[in-house]
Write a protein that binds this ligand. Structure first.
Ligand SMILES: [Zn+2]
Length: 415
């Protein structure tokens, strides 16, 4: 496949396939989608669609057409670190290892890494990405081939007095991009002031927020017991440790921001929760969005993700790939299969929602992305289907590059 495939653009187009999975009602056999510019104009049975709409008819044949996939959490900065860091026993050792790798990389290396990541994600059917970057100042040099939310990943561990300055610089770097947000990295690397400053900006400018929370046992040990490898490491580099030994990470997060602020947050991981955390979540009316990264989770060997419990509490659960410093590919199909292996009782349809409908909601685009509906953006992918009765199972089992996709009404094909 070429860098971005062969582009075709048509202002009016009717795409016919064997099956349309709109993620909005039952799959449609002999279905079609009418696209006008960058929007979906109509969806339904092929005969009805061609009666009601005009435009070139593109017959994709024995394929299923579905909404483009949405990666709710990744770091394309580190695409070039694939295979560079073998799994470690300790999360803290992994942090040390990635810091060593990062010290070798130049801005040009990061630009190439991010571009490679975009191409790989698109090749595997991703049409929208929530991407955390430590290099917001490089973003103006990039032209993403998929819909991108740039989150400035912020760390003030070495200079907590500069929290506001950091936030202002990130906003300056990202404000020209169509979609962006702020991401204080984690409670162990970003100060309470930095979280609050991001929260204040988000309230003022109505932007999105993301963070990592309760990812590893070492993080929990640090906050709950003021001990362990992460505690010792961060203390040795000068982090003030007076927030340790008192509360869980979740308790600190909710305490710092207040319940009303929570719905703005897209929270990655939430792997290590105590009994008191579940009580806290049960009592709270506010729900943030949760991103689970199954393969990164397996890589680190975290405690089992409390999917059933979080789902029954009403959390909006999405899937993400995390970075290739703790994963092998940027394919959300691979991610869905890894999730399915760990949670075989969850239906394939619900798993597909976790990379379509759910992340669209987390990104506050539930009226534009994640489903094939009139008025929604024309972000679509097609994959081969054999007419099995288990169409959702077949979608999740798909393991090859996606040969036809459309991003914002623009067609990319590889045939
Ligand atoms: Zn992450």
């Amino acid at each position: 496949m070429t860098a971005i495939g062969n582009r075709r653009y048509s202002s009016q187009m009717i795409i016919r396939t064997r099956t349309v999975v709109a993620m909005d009602g039952a799959p449609i056999e002999n279905g079609a989608v009418a696209v006008s510019g960058n929007q979906i104009a109509d969806v339904g049975g092929f005969d009805d669609i061609k009666t009601r709409n005009t435009g070139e008819i593109v017959d994709l044949g024995e394929q299923v057409l579905l909404p483009g996939l949405i990666n709710a959490h990744c770091h394309l900065d580190y695409t070039c670190l694939r295979g560079k860091i073998p799994p470690r026993k300790s999360f803290t050792d992994w942090i040390r290892a990635i810091n060593t790798e990062k010290s070798e990389l130049s801005p040009n290396d990061y630009l190439a890494s991010i571009n490679d990541g975009f191409e790989e994600a698109k090749r595997f059917g991703t049409t929208a990405i929530a991407n955390l970057t430590a290099f917001a100042d490089l973003v103006s040099q990039l032209r993403p081939p998929v819909r991108t939310w740039w989150f400035a990943e912020l760390i003030d561990i070495r200079a907590p007095e500069r929290a506001n300055e950091l936030v202002d610089a990130a906003i300056e770097a990202l404000k020209q991009t169509p979609s962006w947000g702020l991401a204080p990295h984690a409670l162990f690397t970003a100060s309470r002031d930095l979280y609050r400053s991001c929260e204040e900006m988000a309230r003022r400018d109505n932007i999105l927020l993301a963070t990592h929370l309760a990812e590893s046992r070492e993080e929990i040990e640090m906050f709950c017991q003021a001990s362990g490898p992460l505690y010792e490491f961060l203390k040795s580099i000068g982090r003030p440790m007076d927030d340790c030994g008192k509360e869980t990470a979740l308790g600190l997060f909710v305490g710092a921001l207040g319940e009303r602020a929570l719905p703005r947050w897209i929270v990655a991981h939430l792997n290590e929760l105590a009994e008191s955390d579940f009580e806290l979540l049960e009592k709270s009316d506010s729900r943030f969005h949760v991103v689970h990264c199954p393969r990164s989770h397996n890589y680190f060997g975290h405690s089992p993700f409390a999917f059933d419990c979080l789902r029954s509490l009403g959390f909006n659960i999405c899937l993400g790939t995390d970075s290739l410093a703790s994963n092998d590919t940027l394919s959300l199909f691979d991610e869905m299969r890894a999730f399915q292996k760990n949670y075989p009782r969850v239906s394939p349809e619900e798993i597909l929602q976790m990379v379509t409908v759910n992340p669209a909601r987390a990104l506050r685009c539930e009226n534009a992305l994640g489903q094939i509906r009139p008025g929604f953006r024309a972000d679509l992918i097609a994959i081969p289907c054999s007419g099995s009765t288990d169409i959702f199972g077949q979608i999740i089992a798909f393991g090859a590059p996606v040969s036809w996709s459309m991003v914002n009404g623009q067609v990319y094909r590889d045939w």
